[in-house]
Design a protein around this ligand. Structure first.
Ligand code: HEM
Length: 496
């Protein structure tokens, strides 16, 4: 009896394995048109892309060798790396290929159905509701929310003047958190003055947990992750962060119900547009129904996450580039000085006028795209260029870092040359720090304004010099592009 049972089990297992193998062969057959980067049995190419300080250069290398399109496998996970212009255009313009890949699921406990990770009708609806919050009339008002955090940043950095080296990373990170809290929720967390606050620490820890899960194979599977201490820590952080967002939403809601209006007219008689959260609270659908508290919380948390680590890294890399390129710094300073003559605050229009500074930011994001790659999952078989099939459940990874450094598009791609953007030949899918198409960055104008306002104030107050000894960043491709050894510069008070 027992040998009969064993025989049945072995037969079933063999059938299952043969079926799996047959499906795998059919899968490879469909993908024959893509060059495969040779890997090791079972682990595939995992070792080549494991180290975040080396993965970007390796990606760039294999993409150059394979005309911008190649197949890799990371521990059985099928993935196509992409920098090929036609493929990128096809992928990012698609209205159906919009499902985010597995890596984003680690954000789900925190952001739930927020627009960064949701898909289908939920994403479409969220994106439609959120888009007006990034309209220029709202951004005009949001610009004023940068003033207070910027003043604190200058005050703190003044204490570092004259030192051989200051690592600006934590200063800028806390600053960006202050800006996003003030502009998205209308609350002051004072991260710059109180970096030990539970809120600041929870946001920071959640960002670290998400990255750790994406890169640590022991934590990618939910059932294994649940056996680790991180799981319980994450639960506590999420509970706290959700309770904070709920508290702010409830309190804003009750002020509105009690008739405490926060939308005051400005001195030109126009209606002031309030913080992002206030806009969501005033929204009514076509039946006159307000948004649910859950929906509002998910979107507010999403903006908090997507809108602070990205800009803080953009700013850190820009400061690093300015320290290394003094001539460019002086050109930007001259422009800012002229625009700021007789003013102590910048308006939206002033920031729009800072064209040279904009070139500097664009060139920074070309060399150091803060989101160095982004990925989609094929929810079904897709066909590229008539007969090229991409089977279901393949990760399509667009490598912005490789695209932005393509020597066929950008002459001397490793050099910092801001004026290259005056050349109108840069085609839309050749430069992609904010992605493109329907799932592009909803906050890109906000990010540009924040980076301009901050850099302009910094340049009016300081000369940014290379640190002593001179510092070179070690790039690390995490959820955002970071520097493993920080961002060290030297600050000199600017005498105007
Ligand atoms: C230098 C700053 C920034 C960079 C480089 C950047 C880059 C990007 C990129 C590449 C994507 C697409 C990601 C993907 O496809 O997975 C994205 C999406 C997004 N970004 Fe940004 N971002 C920045 C700042 C911001 C800011 C300031 C906000 C909000 C205030 C924001 C909100 C979002 C949101 C909500 C999405 C998801 C959009 C959707 O899927 O519909 N980002 N960002």
């Amino acid at each position: 009896m027992s040998s009969l049972f064993l025989y049945a089990v072995v037969t079933l297992a063999a059938i299952w394995l043969i079926d799996k193998w047959r499906k795998r062969l059919a899968f490879y057959e469909k993908l024959r048109w893509v060059n495969k980067v040779p890997g090791l049995p079972l682990i595939g190419n995992a070792l080549e892309f494991k180290d975040p300080t080396k993965s970007l250069t390796r990606m760039q290398e294999v993409l150059l060798e394979n005309d911008g399109l190649c197949y890799v496998e990371l521990l059985y996970r099928p993935m196509i790396l992409i920098s090929n212009y036609n493929f990128v255009e096809w992928l990012l313009s698609s209205n159906t290929l919009i499902e985010k890949s597995l890596d984003y699921k680690f954000l789900h406990n925190w952001l739930e159905d927020g627009i960064l990770i949701s898909t289908g009708a939920t994403w479409k609806n969220g994106r439609k509701i959120l888009s007006p919050a990034f309209h220029f009339s709202v951004l005009e008002e949001i610009v004023t929310k940068f003033d207070k955090p910027t003043l604190i940043l200058i005050e703190l950095l003044e204490k570092e003047v004259g030192k051989d080296s200051v690592n600006i990373y934590s200063y800028i990170k806390n600053y960006a958190l202050d800006v996003i809290c003030e502009s998205s929720m209308g609350i002051e967390v004072e991260a710059q003055k109180n970096s030990q606050s539970t809120y600041v620490k929870s946001v920071d820890s959640m960002c670290n947990i998400v990255v750790d899960r994406a890169f640590n194979p022991l934590k990618t599977k939910d059932w294994l992750y649940m056996l680790t201490p991180s799981y319980y820590k994450e639960k506590a952080y999420v509970r706290y962060l959700h309770s904070m967002s709920d508290k702010v939403i409830k309190s804003k809601k009750s002020s509105r119900q009690n008739g405490i209006k926060e939308d005051k007219d400005d001195d030109t008689g126009r209606k002031k547009k309030n913080a992002f959260l206030d806009l969501l609270l005033t929204y009514k659908d076509q039946n006159g129904e307000p948004l649910s508290e859950k929906f509002i919380r998910e979107q507010v948390d999403t903006i908090m996450f997507a809108g602070h680590d990205t800009t803080s890294m953009g700013l850190c890399f820009a400061i690093h580039c300015l320290s290394k390129n003094r001539e460019e710094q002086e050109k930007a300073f001259k422009e800012i000085k002229e625009i700021s003559e007789g003013k102590d605050k910048f308006t939206y229009a002033d920031l729009q006028e800072m064209r040279y500074l904009e070139l500097i930011i664009k060139e920074t994001l070309r060399l150091y795209p803060t989101v160095p790659f982004y990925s989609r999952n094929t929810s079904q078989d897709f066909i590229f260029q008539e007969n090229k099939v991409i089977p279901k459940d393949v990760t399509l990874l667009t490598c912005a870092y490789a695209i932005n450094r393509d020597p066929k598009v950008f002459k001397e791609p490793e050099k910092f040359i801001p004026t290259r953007f005056l050349d109108t030949d840069v085609k839309p899918f050749s430069y992609l720090p904010f992605s493109a198409g329907p799932r592009n960055c909803i906050g890109q104008k906000f990010a540009m304004l924040e980076m301009k306002a901050t850099l302009a104030k910094l340049l009016l107050n300081f000369e940014i010099l290379p640190s002593i000894p001179e510092h070179n960043v070690i790039l690390s491709a995490e959820a955002v592009l970071k520097s493993k050894n920080g961002f060290c510069v030297r600050l000199k008070k600017r005498i105007i």
